[in-house]
Design a binder for this molecule. Structure first.
Ligand code: FAD
Length: 470
C-alpha cells in the first residue's frame, strides 16, 4: 500500500458506510484510501450480518416450504432433508462473492485499500498495523471513521461462539440445535430464531421488555408475534436472564420475571445472545485526538457528519441513528458530498426498516403510537393480504398493509407492511413518503394486477375513502 502519500480522504472501516464513502469519494475525484482490519470488505453486514443471515433465511425457508407447503401445491417428494454443510457453503459462497466484488469496485474506482488496524496518531494521520504484520502511516486531509458496531455482551455471560453464541456464531452452527434460546427479541434474534426454528430447533425467545421489536407499530407487532407463535416460536417476555451454567452437556439458563420474583431454569443446546449492538471504537485512539462521544460510546457529529475535531468525520453504526446498513451507506455518500463541497442529506425519519422473517415486516415513517404521541389527527387505512388476489393465488396470504395519514391533509405519515415480500413492497411507500405524498396519490396510481402491491393501493384507498376488495 502506498499509504505514505497524502490522501484527500481516508476511511477507517470497510463496511457499508466506509466502502460506499470510499467509492463515492473516488468518484468525486478525491484521492482515497480505505483501511479495513478484517481482511475482507463489506463489514458486519456482508461478512456476519445482513447477507449471510438472508442467505440462511432463504435456504431454511425453501426447506420449510418443501416440507410443509409443496404438497399443498401438488409437488410431492418422497423425503426432504437438510444438508447443513451444503447450506452453509451456499451462504459462504454468497458472502465471498460479494466481498470480492467490493474489492473489484475499489480497483475500478481507484480506491487505495490497506488491510490492517487503524488508529489515530493525529487528526490527519492514521497508523495502521497491517494484517501482514507491518506498520504504515496513512495521511489524509479528511478522515472518516466508519468502524461500525459490535455485539453487545450481557453481564455474566461469556460468548464462546459454540454453545453461547452471538449472531456471528448463530450464522455458522455445525449442527441444528434441539433447543435454542434466543436472548433478545429484536430483529436479529427473530431472524436467527426463524432460521433454526425452520430447520427443526425448538426456539424460545427471552426478552426483558414487554414487547418484541420495540420500534414496530403495536398493532402490526401483535399480528407478527402471533404469526411467529404459529411457527412454534415461544416467547418469554418481561423476563430477565440472571445466570448461565455451561458446566454440563446442556446449557442451563436461569431467568426471573423482569420485575423480580421466582426464578426458573431453562435448558438449551445453544443460547444466542442478541441483546443489541454497541458502537465499536476500541483501539482507535479517539481520546488521543479528542473526539467527543456520548454515554453509549457513539461518536457525536453535526448534520455534515463532522465531529468536534476539524477534519475528522464519522458515519454508520458508530454514530447515533438507526443501526442499519442502508442508513450507513446514505451517511457515507452525504458525508463525502459535504467534504467535496457539495450538499448531502439523510432523513433518519424516512429510513425503512425490514425484519426478514416469513412473513416479512417492513415499515417507513411513524408508528400509530408515535403519531398519537405527537397529537396529530390521523386516519388509518388497512388492507389484509387475505383479500389480495396474488397472495391468494400463491397461497401465501398472511399479512396486512397499514397506512397512517394526516386527517386534514391526507399526507402519509407512516406505512407498515407484513407480507411475504414486505421488504420489497415498502419502497413504493418510501418513495411516497419522501415526496410528501398523500394516501390518495398512491390510491390513484394504476398498479399491475395481480400483484401484492395492489394491497398498498387498496390500503391507501381505505385511508381516505373505501377499498374495493374488502
Ligand atoms: P460495519 O459494517 O460494522 O463495518 C465496520 C468495519 O470497520 C468492520 O469491518 C470492522 O472490521 C472495521 N473496523 C473497525 N475498527 C477498525 C479499525 N480501527 N481499523 C480498521 N478497520 C476497522 N442491517 C440492515 O440494514 N439489514 C439487515 O438485514 C441487517 N441484518 C443484520 C444481521 C445481523 C446478524 C447483524 C449483526 C447485523 C445486521 N444488520 C442489518 C446491521 C448492519 O450489519 C449494520 O448496520 C452495518 O453493517 C453498519 O455498517 P457500518 O459500515 O457502519 O459498520
Amino acid at each position: 500500500a502506498s499509504g505514505f502519500e497524502e490522501n484527500d480522504v481516508v476511511v477507517i472501516g470497510g463496511g457499508p458506510g466506509g466502502y460506499v464513502a470510499a467509492i463515492k469519494a473516488a468518484q468525486l475525484g478525491l484521492k482515497t484510501t480505505c483501511i479495513e482490519k478484517r481482511g475482507t470488505l463489506g463489514g458486519t453486514c456482508l461478512n456476519v450480518g445482513c447477507i449471510p443471515s438472508k442467505a440462511l433465511l432463504h435456504s431454511s425457508h425453501m426447506y420449510h416450504e418443501a416440507k410443509h407447503s409443496f404438497p399443498g401445491h401438488g409437488v410431492k417428494f418422497s423425503s426432504v432433508e437438510v444438508d447443513l454443510p451444503a447450506m452453509m457453503a451456499q451462504k459462504d459462497k454468497a458472502v465471498s462473492g460479494l466481498t470480492r466484488g467490493i474489492e473489484g469496485l475499489f480497483k475500478k474506482n481507484k480506491v487505495n485499500y490497506v488491510k490492517g488496524y487503524g488508529k489515530f496518531i493525529s487528526p490527519s494521520e492514521v497508523s495502521v498495523d497491517t494484517i501482514e504484520g507491518g506498520n504504515t502511516v496513512v495521511k489524509g486531509k479528511h478522515v472518516i471513521v466508519a468502524t461500525g458496531s459490535d455485539v453487545k455482551s450481557l453481564p455474566g455471560i461469556t460468548i464462546d461462539e459454540k454453545r453461547i453464541v452471538s449472531s456471528t456464531g448463530a450464522l455458522a452452527l455445525s449442527e441444528i440445535p434441539k433447543k435454542l434460546i434466543v436472548i433478545g427479541a429484536g430483529y436479529i434474534g427473530l431472524e436467527m430464531g426463524s432460521v433454526w426454528g425452520r430447520l427443526g430447533s425448538e426456539v424460545t425467545v427471552v426478552e426483558f421488555a414487554p414487547d418484541i421489536v420495540p420500534s414496530m407499530d403495536g398493532e402490526i407487532r401483535k399480528q407478527f408475534q402471533r404469526s411467529l407463535e404459529k411457527q412454534k416460536m415461544k416467547f418469554m417476555l418481561k423476563t430477565k436472564v440472571v445466570g448461565v451454567d455451561t458446566s454440563g452437556d446442556i446449557v442451563k439458563l436461569t431467568v426471573e420475571p423482569a420485575s423480580g420474583g421466582e426464578q426458573k431454569t431453562l435448558e438449551a443446546d445453544v443460547v444466542l445472545v442478541s441483546a443489541g449492538r454497541t458502537p465499536f471504537t476500541a483501539g482507535l485512539g479517539l481520546d488521543k485526538i479528542g473526539v467527543e462521544t456520548d454515554k453509549a460510546g457513539r461518536i457525536l457529529v453535526n448534520e455534515r457528519f463532522a465531529t468536534n475535531v476539524p477534519g475528522v468525520y464519522a458515519i454508520g453504526d458508530v454514530i447515533p441513528g438507526p443501526m442499519l446498513a442502508h442508513k450507513a451507506e446514505e451517511d457515507g455518500v452525504a458525508c463525502v458530498e459535504f467534504i467535496a463541497g457539495k450538499h448531502g442529506h439523510v432523513d433518519y425519519d424516512k429510513v425503512p426498516g425490514v425484519v426478514y422473517t416469513h412473513p416479512e415486516v417492513a415499515s417507513v415513517g411513524k408508528t400509530e403510537e408515535q403519531v398519537k404521541a405527537l397529537g396529530v389527527d390521523y386516519r388509518v387505512g388497512k388492507f389484509p393480504f387475505l383479500a389480495n388476489s396474488r397472495a391468494k393465488a400463491i397461497d401465501d396470504a398472511e399479512g396486512i398493509v397499514k397506512i397512517l395519514a394526516d386527517k386534514e391533509t391526507d399526507k402519509i405519515l407512516g406505512v407498515h407492511i407484513m407480507a411475504p415480500n414486505a421488504g420489497e413492497l415498502i419502497h413504493e411507500a418510501v418513495l411516497a413518503i419522501n415526496y410528501d405524498a398523500a394516501s390518495e396519490d398512491i390510491a390513484r396510481i394504476c398498479h399491475a394486477h395481480p400483484t401484492m402491491s395492489e394491497a398498498l393501493k387498496e390500503a391507501a384507498m381505505a385511508t381516505y375513502d373505501k377499498p374495493i376488495h374488502v
